[in-house]
Write a protein that binds this ligand. Sequence first.
Ligand SMILES: [Zn+2]
Ligand SMILES: [Zn+2]
Length: 332
Amino acid sequence: MKAAIITGINQISVETVPDPTCGENEVVVQVAASGICGTDLHILEGEFAPTLPIIPGHEFSGTIVEVGSKVSDYKVGQKVAVDPSLHCGYCFYCKRARGNLCENWGGIGISIPGGAAEFSAVPAKNLYLLPDEIDVRNASLIEPLSCAVRGYDVLPRMPGSHYLIYGSGTMGLMMMELARRNGAASVSMVDINEKRLETARTLGITKLATSADEFESERGWDVVIDCTGNEKAIQDAIPRTMPGGTFLQFGVANTHAKVEINPFWVYNKEITIAGSMAVLHSFERAGDLLAAGVLNPDVMISHRFGLDDFPKAVQMFKDGIGRKMTIEPGLK
Ligand SMILES: [Zn+2]
Ligand SMILES: [Zn+2]
């Protein structure tokens, strides 16, 4: 089969490799679409993957073409999305139902071969069966949406809250859509890239700016969410949290990034600083939300590429062009 491979730091190629073999508790999925995200860039930069080379792609969906001998709940022809989470189930954190903090944490497309290929062998327990409402080519959105749902699991949900979101890329837009469904009184979005803000405008957001200074807000915001992972943005964002409010670190910063906080202010104003990491029991709910129309896939997915264009797609993503890009092996 054909697959995109990260062969070394900042090295990508598209090669022919052996087809995956189906383990007894696995299925083989013929990939319909596999999304590209910031995590792939981190892997490319040598920050995330335990070992290279790796077939990336942790946001994917497709059709089952082979079923392992011990799998009874799925059959060939079914359309599925794949939760990339590989939690061991027996470590300290798994036993506390915090599998996303697993001491033996891994991910499909991160620590084992992923979906940027024609086929991928995945554990049957990681499958989400697609309802009819979801087009299989759009189901690659479920994984990033499940990370956003996890973010809301750690946030207080108080109707009438004012939200401030940094970054209007795919994740910022998903956090925005979930804010509206959680009863936001207002959602304000900041992005230094004015072009990106246009999409938020299309989706009906009116409070948009290239700096949060442009907004009038006497007290700050109940919930401030960083979706950039950028040090400068995070430094700017944290102090805008309203007394009693919550700052959520959602964007993936570089591992050594640092920002300053004022501990007296955190104490005195009862500020909560929270983090949320990947997916935790949120994949099915994200699928159900996508089926319910929480996202407009035609707005979220800006570019669809064939496998051969994987390096080009990564470069465009790096350059900040577009929103979610998918690799669709069915496209030539
Ligand atoms: Zn991702
Ligand atoms: Zn574990």
